[in-house]
Design a protein around this ligand. Sequence first.
Ligand code: 26Q
Length: 816
Amino acid sequence: MAKSNVTTVKNNILAALKHDFGSTIENATPDQVYKAVGLCIRDEIMEKWTEGNARIEREQKKKLYYLSAEFLMGRALVNNMISLGEFDIYQQALRELGYDLNEIEEQESDAGLGNGGLGRLAACFLDSLATLELPAIGCGIRYEYGLFRQRILDGEQVEVPDNWTEKGYVWEVPRTDERYEVRFDGEIEEIWTNEGLKIVHKNYHTVYAVPYDMPIIGYQSSLPSTLRLWSARAANRLDLKYFNRGDYIHAMAERELAEVISKVLYPENNHEQGKQLRLKQFYFLASATIQSIVRQHKAQYGDLRTLPDKITIQLNDTHPTMAIPELIRILLDEEGFGWDEAYDIATRVFNYTNHTIMVEALECWSEPMFKQLLPRIYKIIETINERFCNKLWEVYPGDWDKISQMSIIAYGEIRMTNLLICVCGKVNGVSQLHGEILKTKAFRDFYVAMPDKFLGITNGVTQRRWLAAANPGLTKLITQAIGPDFLADWREFDKLLPFADDAAFCEEFDAVKRENKERFCSFIKRSQNVELDPDWIFDVQAKRLHEYKRQLLKVLHILHLYNRIIAGEPFTTRPCAFLFAAKAAPGYAKAKNIIRLINAVADLVNNDPRTKDKIRVVFLENYSVSSAELLIPAANISEQISTAGREASGTGNMKFMLNGAVTIGTMDGANVEMFERLGPENIFIFGARVEDINYMETYNTYHAGEYFEKNPALRDAVTRLIDGTLPAPAGQFSDIYQSLLFGDFDRADKYYLFYDFPSYGETLSQVFQAYEDRAAWNRMAVINTARAGYFSSDRTIEEYNSQIWHLDSLKKHGNS
Ligand code: 26Q
């Protein structure tokens, strides 16, 4: 480390403190120090960013627009330092100024503009795109409030607003001089003029979209990506009608109504509610983005016919679907294109990633609501649908059933997935298994009609954040073993494999895990005043709370262990801490009650003298990107136990694997590929397979009650929910009990917990046994990390690029 660099950095920080805050290092607050450091880093990025963008323009490179209603970015500071290769310099400079980088880092709020997997995937993709030097712009919404913060009060989740920009945000550049008009409501008139048919939109309401740009710098990259987030602004022109009446307050209130569009992220995931404000958010994102794309392309190339050669748009799930009719609208109404040409351009520009096949998550909008809010967009979708149904009629004459299944508008609803599959060039699932399910089940009719559209590209995660930033100890150890190239090249991970047979290396690997467990223990002591012993096994399930993810299966198993221990059966293995981290959608009552249940079980087992030295249960409050960075590196066991066929991919599973945790999981989502790469000896698979579930569903052969009757261990665990053992008001968990045994309006035990309960228990006890042979366990852990290269989002992006986007990398030595 060159001394002069540290000195320069120190001087820059001092100068920023003086110029931006009027502070000296002696009287600066930690927040000011954080911001000063952030501004220094930002200065370094700005140059690269400006130069990179100019280069894309100069060389007329094709660009990717990644449209997503969510970007779950987390913190930027340390990530950016690592990407610039300046982490050590800044750490040293801060130390010499009397500050600890870890403390300074904590001043930054997470940009939590996402619910979970889908939003975090978008963030990992931007990092990989920048690292691979592929020209890319992420487009999303600048929610003033991100995903709620979670507090646990008396065992219950309480949602607190997440005002993430409250203290100012150093990483964004507001472009207030660039804004786009987005129109809602009103009526459409078709007027015949000398130049032909003219579409006039009358009596609409205007909301302006203002972009905030953020550089995503990428590891050792000369081409940062851009994250462009749209913020809603009321029209500047105040409505004089009200002012003339002296109704100033009313006029101001109207402004608030416009700006509410980008106020808050909806906290549901994998569940659709059809709220009008959500529809507004989605159109706002779509319209602003497409307008800016069109303006940019026209300015650069003058002709929109070349659009498909110069841009490609990836739609992250159904949320940004309206970008399609919006582009067609602009081409038809503002640019004078005919239908066929406009439609053809759209088919060559758009692609769609599907993230779920759960029916309750498929986006459908009520026709009347849609028509009223977006009359012109509605008409365009209607036309797309008419033409599509006519084509279907030719292929399937007389098959009304099939046509109404595939139709975009039917039974008073607009189905976004059908629109996407109809128009997009490619449709992809997010793992092998999920890709197959799309073809053979969810969208089978579409697959038969257009087989070439369908792909399955397995998700990935960025090793820069999930290893280099989250686990510096392991990163250092790996670097000593195989050099630093694995951070930029996922194929390098394989070189770690021989070290699995190097006993000394395995012990060092274990020592790093131990340090990470200690780090996590001090974090949870500080944040929740919970004492944990790093000598215990850390078994972790961290993900959104959802029935299909089966946190409840884990809880039932813990109750079973409790029963066994208090019955005096020996608990032969090392003590184990079961850690849960999960947010529940505020409107998802069952999920919130499962959080209560976890906390009640924690109360029970952590306080009972018979169990408290053998098992503990801890619920980690407010799971977020930054707490995941502390939790995941501390895990010994990773729980990936969803009902087979329900988890499209999972990405948490990959983060744990990368950090040397051993997985217990079902054959679901990307667990399947993990199994393929690890072999049965390095991952613990249990439970029903997709085929088993399909069989039971097709022939209606699953009767949860029979499993309950047959299996006393299961019965005794389930009975704990209602027998008064748990420290909770009487009847608190009877809804959970009821739906397991009798179902709520549908099948009992919809997610097959009873079916998988025995094999889960047996398999977990094998995992515990395996942990006792520490040399063998450490070997397995090393193999998990060594085999994780495939799950780098760099690999995922390479596949998207070769199969869908066809962008040129600006990297000198080509990257794919
Ligand atoms: C849509 C319309 C209205 C209200 C809510 C929504 C909505 C919001 C968020 C629907 C779904 C989501 C998020 C879904 C999600 O995170 N899915 C996960 O995506 C990951 C990345 O591909 C996968 O790994 C997970 O398996 C999948 O569950």
